[in-house]
Write a protein that binds this ligand. Structure first.
Ligand code: NDP
Length: 281
């Protein structure tokens, strides 16, 4: 396993995404739990979930896996709905998540996306949860640069440890200013949906990808994931419910690109040349 510095800690080059896990029948849920175990047994040490995912089903599944592992060896990230972003509702949501996850703390607790609650109130609530020892740190998700600047201008806003946004070869907007800004401000970045989520709706696989994957003797998914983590400067959190796909994703960590290959990909999937509006899924 390769490790990067993320959230001030040694973190595996990929984490485990869990959206839609735990929503199927018993056999499927067992296969999904086995998949997470396979990932953890092969060095992955971060799991990303949310109260939204299956309205708690994903957290429940993660909790059932985690109880067999040393809690302190893992970073557990969960998220609360924007309509739970007041201090009182944060506490209620967090306690429910902790119960489902069968743990007494989260490493990171994220505002899933920005809603109507003033950020200052949300920060206040999150800081209270840090003081109570229920979370180690907190962060945000689906924030653009203006949101991040506003957040960090508020009291204790600089304590925001991470921001999690969409990032894959077809959605490169964060490269323009969000990623550089976060690096400058010591705020770690998580890129979600490395494969464009589920199917072609969010990511157009162009012939260059198919050809390059073939010539490198890797799968399209391996190319997509290896590309996202090519600079070792952010965390990607692919989701899979299949051990075979987990094996493939783990192997993608060792895939490297030549300068020519990266330039060829840039031609079909250009870097942003101006500030784009934030893309989300
Ligand atoms: P991904 O881009 O990770 O794609 C998941 C899809 O890819 C699934 O259909 C999965 O199927 C398939 N897949 C995974 N590995 C392989 C492989 N090696 N070969 C072939 N197919 C593969 O989608 P997500 O949108 O789930 O994003 C990842 C995670 O990011 C989420 O699970 C969630 O934790 C987080 N997220 C956060 C958001 C936020 O707002 N903060 C928004 C969206 C996602 P299979 O299971 O059959 O392998």
């Amino acid at each position: 396993m390769k490790y990067i510095t993320f959230n001030h800690q040694n973190t595996s080059a990929i984490g485990i995404g869990t959206w839609h896990l735990g929503e199927g029948n018993q056999a499927q849920t067992e296969a999904e739990m086995q998949t997470i175990r396979y990932g953890l047994d092969h060095g992955i040490n971060l799991i990303d979930t949310a109260e939204m995912y299956g309205e708690g089903l994903s957290e429940t599944l993660v909790g059932n896996v985690m109880k067999d592992y040393h809690r302190e060896d893992l970073q557990l990230v969960s998220k609360f709905y924007p309509f739970h972003a007041t201090p009182k509702l944060i506490e209620t949501s967090l306690k429910a998540s902790l119960k489902r996850l069968q743990t007494d703390y989260l490493d990171l607790y994220l505002l899933h996306w920005r809603g109507d609650t003033p950020l200052s109130e949300t920060i206040f609530g999150l800081e209270k949860m840090v003081q109570a020892g229920l979370i180690k740190n907190w962060g945000v998700s689906n924030f653009d640069l203006a949101d991040l600047k506003e957040l960090t201008s508020l009291e204790n806003g600089q304590n925001c440890r991470i921001n999690e946004d969409l990032y894959n070869i077809g959605s490169r907007g964060i490269e323009y200013s969000i990623l550089p800004w976060q690096k400058q401000h010591d705020m770690s970045f998580v890129g979600y949906s490395p494969f464009g989520s589920d199917g072609s709706e969010y990511l157009n696989i162009k012939p260059v990808i198919k050809k390059m994957a073939q010539s490198k003797n890797i799968s399209i998914h391996q190319l997509l994931l290896a590309w996202v983590i090519r600079n070792h400067d952010l965390l990607s959190i692919p989701k899979t419910g299949s051990v075979a796909h987990m094996q493939s994703n783990l192997a993608a960590i060792d895939v490297q690109f030549t300068k020519d290959e990266l330039e060829l990909l840039d031609k079909s999937y250009p870097k942003p040349t101006q500030e784009p509006s934030l893309e989300t899924i």
